[in-house]
Design a protein around this ligand. Structure first.
Ligand SMILES: Cc1cc2nc3c(=O)[nH]c(=O)nc-3n(C[C@H](O)[C@H](O)[C@H](O)COP(=O)(O)OP(=O)(O)OC[C@H]3O[C@@H](n4cnc5c(N)ncnc54)[C@H](O)[C@@H]3O)c2cc1C
Length: 473
């Protein structure tokens, strides 16, 4: 009974339950002219008492529920001390998950974030950034945790300039796609204190790719220490497993190396997934793109001499076991549509592509790879990739070495091969980009030009339909 009641409180149908329970309470009929029955008033009294307990219990639970919504566990700083304010408008909690990931990243970087519902909007005396993430509900309406936001906003100006950006969540299946976030965006634009350089980003169907584009805009515009990889917003972490170092190969640049890792027990993974390690006690994870070669996880890592994750991967003796998790990253798996694929990588960005090419049977794959020195590539990748070319697993490769005599960059290769790039897009193929965020930005700009010139199309179309995917850091 209590469970039914709790469920009803949760869905807000307390009245319905009371009505149902009232009708179920047995009230004895008065017997006129018969012998006096003393149990009747007693039962009535007990029923009334039960009803009072019901009502009190309901009120307590209801209050508990609303305070649970208001209180966000994990806020280390108060609203008045925080510098990064994350406001969430959510009906079912889906949008909150995205905000929580940003909150975690900002906390891990030692910053002062504060995450709360939009309905709790107030004055934030120390705020430098106000990031609003809101869904739309009904016909362009506010979700429940943002229902009072626009009213409060008008009455509560901030006292200093704050950088403001808004991401709207919605579904293109509805006419008012992200309608409420548009209202919020416009209302904020009218606030003299709000600095709004970034346009409104609208995210369809909780797309991790589209959300990561907003995060990239925050990184580019404000240099926020965020990780934009879509994997973090879509990946489903698996449980911890025990892994052990099996082998290691160094390039001529000792800081760039390959690590082979074996799992102790059965672990399901594929190239493009991420291995998440926790090298310190600080709860901060480091991600590494995975190649699957046979049953082995292979990583390509660049060592940062004072970096905990990369030195752990470099210096742990072979055979050492450690706990880690594989994060499934389906958006960055090799496409299974048999259409041509272009892979673009620099430095350690080659990591997931080695396994994908190794497993490729019949799809035309073209690789663009950029590195600083040719000799590093020669010592590290040349032999393997040339074998893939010979066996047909790789159709072509284009190499750029930025610190060689010719000082060639990947973007120049893409410009030279723009016909191939646009043909792959025309053929409904996929372009996969992995490596540094700077490279990604330049590459996307170059592909964007090619799309406009040769296809008369906006690159956004290919980013949205998943023909251009990236996993950069
Ligand atoms: C989705 C994703 C995939 C990744 N895949 C790979 C991969 O395949 N191979 C790989 O080597 N790395 C990869 N990384 C980066 C990796 O997770 C770590 O950030 C990196 O190895 C540095 O961690 P660390 O613990 O060694 O350094 P930290 O302890 O985090 O930092 C120590 C020092 O290194 C500096 N530092 C850290 N990262 C950088 C950087 N990128 N540029 C300049 N300075 C830096 C810091 O400023 C600091 O001074 C990936 C990251 C993401 C988000």
């Amino acid at each position: 009974m209590i469970e039914t009641f709790m469920a009803a409180v949760h869905t807000g149908s307390i009245t319905a339950v009371f009505e149902e329970r009232l009708s179920a309470i047995h009230i004895p009929r008065l017997q006129i002219g018969g012998p006096i029955d003393n149990t009747g008033p007693l039962i009535l009294l007990m029923a009334a008492l039960g009803l009072i307990i019901y009502i009190l219990f309901g009120i307590i639970l209801k209050n508990k529920k609303s305070s649970a919504v208001l209180h966000t566990p994990g806020n280390l700083y108060s609203a008045s001390a925080a510098e990064y304010i994350l406001l969430v408008g959510s009906e079912t909690g889906g949008t909150r998950i995205f905000a929580q990931e940003l909150f975690k990243q900002l906390t891990n970087s030692g910053l002062k974030p504060y995450l709360t519902d939009m309905n709790n909007y107030t004055e934030y005396p120390q705020a430098k950034y106000l990031l609003v993430l809101t869904s739309t509900y009904g016909e362009g309406d506010a979700p429940s945790s943002a229902s009072r936001f626009l009213n409060i906003l008008e009455k509560t100006p901030q006292t200093h300039k704050v950088n403001v950006s808004v991401a709207g969540f919605g579904s293109l299946d509805y006419a008012d796609f992200c309608g409420y976030s548009e209202q919020v965006f416009r209302a904020l634009q009218h606030q003299g204190w709000a600095d709004m350089t970034i346009p409104l980003y609208m995210i369809n169907d909780k797309s991790a790719e589209q959300f990561s584009q907003w995060v990239k805009a925050l990184i580019n515009c404000y240099s926020l220490p965020l990780i934009a990889s879509p994997a973090l917003f879509s990946a489903r972490p698996r449980e911890f497993k025990t892994f052990a170092f099996a082998d290691r190969y160094f390039s001529t640049d000792e800081q760039l190396f390959r690590v082979c890792i074996k799992a102790d027990s059965k672990v399901s993974f594929t190239s493009g997934d991420l291995l998440t390690i926790y090298p310190a006690d600080d709860n901060r994870e480091r991600f590494y793109s995975v190649s699957r070669i046979g049953d082995t996880i292979e990583l390509v890592v660049r060592e940062f001499p004072s970096g905990l994750g990369s030195t752990f991967l470099k210096n742990s003796p072979l055979g050492t076991s450690f706990q880690a998790r594989v994060m499934e990253n389906p958006k960055f798996h090799f496409p299974d549509n048999k259409r041509p694929v272009i892979m673009i990588a620099n430095g350690t960005g080659i990591a997931p592509f080695r396994g994908m090419i190794n497993a490729n049977k019949q799809v035309p794959v073209h690789l663009f790879y950029g590195s600083r020195q040719k000799e590093v590539y020669d010592s590290f990748l040349k032999q393997e990739l040339e074998q893939y070319l010979l066996s047909g697993k790789l159709s072509s490769q284009y190499l750029a070495f930025s610190r060689d005599k010719e000082r060639l960059y990947i973007t120049e290769l893409i410009k030279e091969q723009s016909e191939l790039v646009t043909q792959v897009l025309r053929d409904k193929g996929t372009i996969m980009i992995c490596g540094s965020l700077t490279m990604q930005k330049d590459v996307v700009a170059q592909i964007s030009l090619a799309c406009k010139e040769a296809l008369q199309k906006d690159i956004q179309q290919y980013l949205d339909n998943g023909q251009i995917v990236s996993d950069c850091y």
